[in-house]
Design a protein around this ligand. Structure first.
Ligand code: GLA
Length: 686
């Protein structure tokens, strides 16, 4: 059983990162007196441990992250801190400390659950590793980690997952102690860790000559309505033409393709856009048939991270308007999705009703469609949604019909309260509610993208895309928030997800039609599960890594912020066409880590044009050189496209050619990324 329980709301809120730099808790202050007066021992569980950031759950004093007594490999401890990988605890020492020691290990509560393995490190503020544990496995005896702190200004206590993935990374610092210098007058205090706020230089804006963006392939079911706006940029008025559109479709001069494809089959449509400065052509493949949706991962906006339960009709319509106005739609962002909070009981016929804030749903949807965008809704198979609104329980077919009648194009279906009414054994229990809705959607007269949200239970990637569910994407993890720990947990660690019975990386389950979903984006100004609206707590480099990794991972790109408050950096992050093209690549191969060191990683994936996308990441606490040789890409090399010798390299974030070489090295900033395209492209664009 994964650690995410049916009623996850209480479980998945990852600890909020307080905005203030240093916060003293009550016990900490009391303890300060005791320590200076009588002894020199500071028990770290008495500091303000709420300032720890971690990948899941909350840090607990004297308890494991799961709320049990601290127990490492059968040895029980009365004192300590229970936390979860990726855990970062920053402590200011004020030059007062002499020595650090702690027992460390995986908590026993993770032992039977296919937990990941973890490594504990003590790092200086300058990023130097002062001490580290061996790789710790669940069930193993605790390791005693200790190090001299003489001359050390601040320390960062870090626990990272080494292998094994996202869940059950329950780790403990047991009896963690700092011994003070004799006569020390200042106390160590917990503080918020913030990597450098330096803003990476990335390309901005678009050429004035016309260009077409977005997916090169779109799928649909014959006889169901089709809506696809060709995303394009260029100065002034753009005029579009299309040759070889399948029977039943037509395109207006603004590039909006509508109609219903008459017959199954593949159609190579030559689309062109021109302005007064030139023209641009590309082939768009339209695939019509059964189960052909989601040829590339969904791109759009979701209300949850932006507004939580405070979304409304006005905010949704404004998001659609902003999507077009800000130029995001012209880059391929297409869906406007209402998340939780719109349902309001049922009428006498069982028809779902909306709250006053949303009113007439069809009116909202018509507005979204009138902007050339698609529309998504949210529900649960349970009696209630996670936010306590009416779910689809006992009304699955009726709701699917209602959605279709309203014009819905996308459904996020969230397990939530279903755990209380679930029946069936083993996998059947998990498949059942999703199969029921999947079948109900297929029977409507619309193409409705089916987005599963059940946090990865029962290895959803193995069955979510298959009959009888036919899901198009599935969440692989709990809720993200805007902390580095959450990005690492949902993003970097996902590929190492291991169950006792499998060794196939999760990335192998992604393919056109079926995508792994590490959750909504956490850039811009949103509420991000951590309170009211605020700018993301990720540093600029962390934001760059987040978008890089999601694009490498062929992840859904659902923006989760207020689109009226996009600043320049956020806009540049979300609109870099060369980076987005990696996410939307038609081969649909999710990247894998090809080189993994303790603090640095290289991920790679093959692209449709014979080139490779390669990303260099630094998860550590000091700028670090990262090198990739083309031979390192062997695990993702495609037959017939081996990269050898000197190859052209392009920096995608800077949109700059870097010349040709046999390898590449970059000094990657703390929690930053470099994203490259390597090889000679064989594309068809002119
Ligand atoms: C769950 C999901 C979130 C969001 C909320 C709404 O927590 O994982 O993405 O949909 O429910 O309540």
């Amino acid at each position: 059983m994964p650690q995410i329980q049916p009623d996850r709301r209480t479980f998945t809120k990852i600890i909020a990162v307080a905005a203030s730099a240093v916060v003293l808790g009550g016990r900490e202050t009391l303890f300060a007196r005791a320590a200076t007066a009588k002894n020199r021992v500071v028990h770290l569980e008495n500091l303000n441990i709420q300032l720890i950031t971690q990948g899941w759950g909350k840090p607990h004093r004297d308890q494991s992250v799961g709320g049990n007594g601290i127990n490492i490999g059968g040895r029980k401890f009365k004192r300590g801190i229970g936390t979860h990988v990726e855990s970062v605890f920053y402590i200011r020492l004020h030059g007062a400390a002499e020595h650090f020691s702690s027992w460390v290990g995986m908590d026993e509560e993770a032992a039977n659950n296919g937990a990941c393995t973890a490594q504990f490190s003590v790092i200086s503020a300058a990023g130097k590793v002062l001490a580290e544990s061996p790789v710790m496995r669940a069930g193993e005896k605790p390791y005693h980690l200790q190090v001299s702190l003489r001359g050390v200004k601040d320390i960062i206590l870090v626990v990272q997952s080494v292998a094994g993935g996202i869940n059950w990374g329950h780790v403990d610092w047991a009896d963690p102690i700092i011994t003070l210098r004799p006569g020390a007058t200042e106390m160590p205090v917990a503080a918020v860790y913030r990597a450098s706020m330096e803003v990476p230089t990335i390309a901005s804006g678009d050429p004035e000559t016309p260009e077409i963006h977005g997916p090169r392939v779109a799928g649909c079911t014959p006889g169901k309505p089709f809506l696809f706006q060709i995303p394009a940029t260029g100065q002034g008025e753009l005029t579009f033409t299309a040759e070889n559109l399948p029977a039943g479709l037509h395109m207006d001069q603004h590039g909006l393709i509508t109609g219903k494809v008459a017959h199954a089959g593949e159609h190579m449509v030559k689309i062109a856009v021109k302005n007064h400065l030139g023209h641009f052509t590309r082939t768009l493949k339209i695939i019509a048939g059964e189960h052909k949706l989601a040829r590339t991962p969904q791109m759009g906006w979701n209300s949850w991270n932006a507004y939580g339960m405070n979304n409304s009709a006005a905010r949704t319509k404004a998001a659609a308007d902003a999507m077009v106005r800000t130029g995001l739609a012209a880059k391929g962002f297409q869906y406007i999705n209402i998340d939780d909070g719109w349902q309001n009981g049922r009428d006498a016929n069982g028809q779902i009703k909306t709250t006053a804030k949303f009113g007439n749903m069809k009116d909202i949807i018509d507005h979204v469609h009138s902007r050339g965008l698609r529309f998504g809704l949210y529900s649960s198979p349970g009696p209630t949604t996670c936010g306590g609104h009416t779910g689809s329980y006992h009304h699955v077919r009726q709701d699917a019909q209602t959605y279709a009648a309203w014009g819905v194009d996308f459904l996020k279906y969230d397990w939530c309260s279903y755990g209380n009414v679930a029946t069936g054994k083993g996998r059947e229990k998990y498949v059942k509610p999703y199969a029921e809705m999947g079948q109900a959607l297929i029977k409507t007269d619309r193409d409705i993208f089916f987005s599963l949200c059940q946090y990865g239970m029962d290895h959803v990637w193995k069955w979510g895309g298959e009959a009888p569910v036919f899901g198009n994407s599935w969440r692989i993890c709990g809720d993200i928030n805007d902390s580095w720990g959450a990005v690492v947990n949902n993003g970097f660690n996902a590929d190492a997800y291991v169950s006792p019975h499998r060794h196939i990386p999760i990335s192998h389950y992604a393919k056109p039609g079926n995508w792994n979903d590490p959750d909504i984006l956490v850039v811009g100004v949103g509420s991000f599960e951590t309170g009211g609206p605020h700018p993301t707590n990720l540093t600029p480099n962390e934001q760059l890594s987040h978008i890089t990794l999601w694009c490498m991972a062929a992840a859904p790109l659902l923006i989760g912020c207020n689109l009226d408050k996009l600043d320049k950096f956020t806009t540049d992050l979300l609109t870099n066409t060369e980076v987005l093209a990696v996410d939307q690549d038609e081969l649909g191969r999710q990247a894998m880590p090809v080189l993994k060191k303790v603090w640095t990683q290289v991920w790679a994936r093959p692209l449709y044009d014979g080139t490779y996308a390669v990303a260099l990441f630094n998860l550590g606490f000091t700028p670090t050189p990262v090198t990739v040789k083309w031979s390192d890409l062997a695990p993702v090399m495609e037959h017939g496209h081996a990269l050898t010798g000197r190859q052209p390299i392009r920096d995608l974030w800077k949109r700059k050619d870097l010349g040709a070489a046999t390898e590449y090295t970059a000094v990657v900033p703390v929690h930053g990324a470099v994203m490259l395209k390597v090889g000679k492209p064989a594309g068809d664009e002119q």
